[in-house]
Structure formats: structure tokens, C-alpha cells
Design a protein around this ligand. Structure first.
Ligand code: PMP
Length: 320
């Protein structure tokens, strides 16, 4: 759907996947006015298609739009756009337990502008693709992370709290070199003291010591993950003491168990972390830790419609 300054996002419809045409002076190409979301649709055992907390994505998208000087997509338009994309691609939603349909809502300044300023017009679109596990080895295979000591993802006052396209360019170099060295991904530190953990390239992080679970606080430098928020609630409901508080590298390396969370990675066990060239292994590096398993099972069974949705998180996409 296209928008003028009124934010109406009118004229949407379903188009076959393919190139979109924009002016070379499109704001997004020149100045990066673009935000996105990542969501998944999956089938319950009885074949219904389920989304997970889509209004949370709509809210984060709207907050991101405000930070980026873009007219926000109303929640109703956002959810309808996602639902219609799912319905039009229902045949690509894998059978229960065989993967998911990943959905990518995008909002970008497509109107032309030469001098720096917000775009005169915007495009809101949703595309999708069936996906399997995010990291090779499959879901629940513990990953190796490396702590990045020189480059940072986000600075205080910057864009780290927004799912802005531009946030992902600073991590390309670090992610690639980490992968070459055999790590699955990179763990970033705060840009002020270079001492507190923040997040991984595409997921949030949790550390457990005994019954205490900690995750870095939302302060504008990490993404407010919807999986993160859900895992905090789930873990509390299971009797864990969960704190959103700065976690130093020292605490990280001293933890009993570490896992990451995100739409793409779901709940992912961390088998080892390398810091300053030294690798620290958690538990039995080839199996997920007990809390990771407990939270993974609780979350995925709600998402897949095999456990009672006591939190009201699941959003069925009914056929038209
Ligand atoms: N951090 C970053 C940088 C991400 O890209 C993502 C994926 N959206 C997350 C965390 C996890 O967020 P969510 O649980 O909403 O997918």
C-alpha cells in the first residue's frame, strides 16, 4: 500500500512476488528510511494457521515509524496486510511441525527527495517465504558465539531500539568473519563501557545462574524482542526470578546456561562463548540446558497450538 503524508496507506492489493520500481532519488536508497518486522505463521495439528502476537509487531512497527519520521501504519492495516499475505500463501505454510512461513512487513520511504529529509511518500508491503531452522544444525543445536570487542551495533540515543534496516549493516563484516572462524553468530557489547552484553545480530540473550535469569534491559540500544518479552513472562510463570538488568561479560561467562531468543531463532541454546580468544563451554556443549528446553517447549507448544494459550498470544488466520 502507498501512502502520502496523511498516512492512509491506501490502494493495497496482492501482487505476485517480484521487483518493485522506485526512483533513483527514493529516500530509502539514499538515506535509509526503512523499518521492518519478522513474523512467522505456522500450522496447528488440526491444520489451522496461527500467527504469534501480531499486534505486538504492529506496535513496534508504529514506534519505529515515529523514530524514523514516517507516518505509522495503523494496527488494523498492519494486521490485515499480514493476514491477507498469509491467506494468499496458505499453500506455502508447511504442515504442522515441518517449518513455518516467515513474514516480512516492510515500511520504506519510496518517494524521491534530493536534500536530506523524510520521504514525500511511503510504501508498506509484506512478503513471505517458507523457512526451517535459522542456524545450520537445526533448532536446539547449541551454537557457538563470539563476543565482539571492537565494533558495536548501537550507541545510546541511536537506533538500536528500532528495527531499522540500517541497523543490520554494521554487523555484516563482524558476522561474516565470525562465521569464517566457525562461530554461528556474534554477541555485541555496550558501546559506552564495552563491558555489558547487549544482543546477538538477530536475537536477544538470556543468562541463567541457579533459579535466577537475567537479560539486558531495554534502554534504546537493543531491540525490544517480542520473543524476549514472551520468554520473560513464561519464565516467571515457571517460578524463575527474571530480571531485566545489565549483565557484565564476567557474569555471562560465569552463568550455568545461556540462550538466545527471537522470531527466527525461537529459543536457541548457546553451547559456548569465546571472549578475548578464550572459549567458555556451558554444560554439555552438544545438548540444550534444562531451562532452555523448558522455555523452548513451553513457547513452541503455545505457538504451534499444541498447548493451551493461557496468555492469549495466538492469533488464528481464518480463511475468508
Ligand atoms: N534483536 C535483533 C537485532 C533482531 O533483529 C531480532 C529479530 N527481530 C530480535 C532481537 C528478536 O526480536 P523478536 O523476538 O521480536 O523476533
Amino acid at each position: 500500500a502507498e501512502s502520502g503524508d496523511d498516512g492512509a496507506y491506501a490502494g493495497g492489493g496482492m501482487n505476485a512476488f517480484g521487483p518493485i520500481t522506485v526512483s533513483p532519488a527514493a529516500q530509502v536508497i539514499n538515506y535509509g528510511q526503512s523499518i521492518f518486522e519478522g513474523m512467522k505463521a505456522q500450522r496447528s495439528p488440526d491444520g489451522n494457521i496461527l500467527l504469534f502476537r501480531p499486534t505486538e509487531n504492529a506496535a513496534r512497527f508504529a514506534a519505529g515509524a515515529a523514530r524514523m519520521s514516517m507516518p505509522a501504519v495503523p494496527e488494523e492495516v498492519f494486521v490485515r496486510g499480514v493476514e491477507e499475505t498469509v491467506r494468499a500463501n496458505a499453500s506455502y505454510v508447511p504442515p504442522h511441525g515441518k517449518g513455518t512461513l516467515y513474514l516480512r512487513p516492510l515500511l520504506m520511504g519510496t518517494g524521491p527527495i534530493l536534500g536530506l529529509g523524510p520521504a514525500p511518500s511511503y510504501t508498506f508491503l509484506v512478503y513471505c517465504s517458507p523457512v526451517g531452522a535459522y542456524f545450520k544444525g537445526g533448532q536446539l543445536t547449541p551454537i557457538k558465539l563470539v563476543v565482539e570487542e571492537h565494533f558495536h551495533r548501537a550507541a545510546p540515543g541511536g537506533m538500536g531500539g528500532t528495527k531499522a534496516a540500517g541497523n543490520y549493516s554494521p554487523v555484516l563484516v563482524t558476522q561474516l568473519s565470525a562465521k569464517k572462524e566457525g562461530y554461528a553468530d556474534v554477541l555485541y557489547l555496550d558501546a559506552v563501557e564495552n563491558k555489558y552484553i547487549e544482543e546477538v545480530s538477530s536475537c536477544n540473550i538470556f543468562v541463567r545462574k541457579g533459579k535466577s535469569i537475567k537479560t539486558p534491559p531495554l534502554g534504546g540500544t537493543i531491540l525490544p524482542g517480542i520473543t524476549r518479552k514472551s520468554v520473560i513472562e513464561l519464565a516467571r510463570s515457571k517460578g524463575y526470578d527474571v530480571e531485566e538488568t545489565p549483565v557484565s561479560v564476567t557474569e555471562l561467562l560465569d552463568a550455568d546456561e545461556v540462550f538466545t531468543t527471537g522470531t527466527a531463532v525461537v529459543v536457541c541454546p548457546v553451547g559456548s562463548i569465546t571472549y578475548k580468544g578464550k572459549e567458555v563451554v556451558y554444560g554439555d556443549a552438544s545438548d540444550p540446558g534444562p531451562t532452555t528446553m523448558e522455555i523452548y517447549d513451553a513457547l513452541t507448544s503455545i505457538q504451534a497450538g499444541t498447548a493451551e494459550d493461557t496468555f492469549g498470544w495466538v492469533h488464528p488466520v481464518l480463511p475468508n
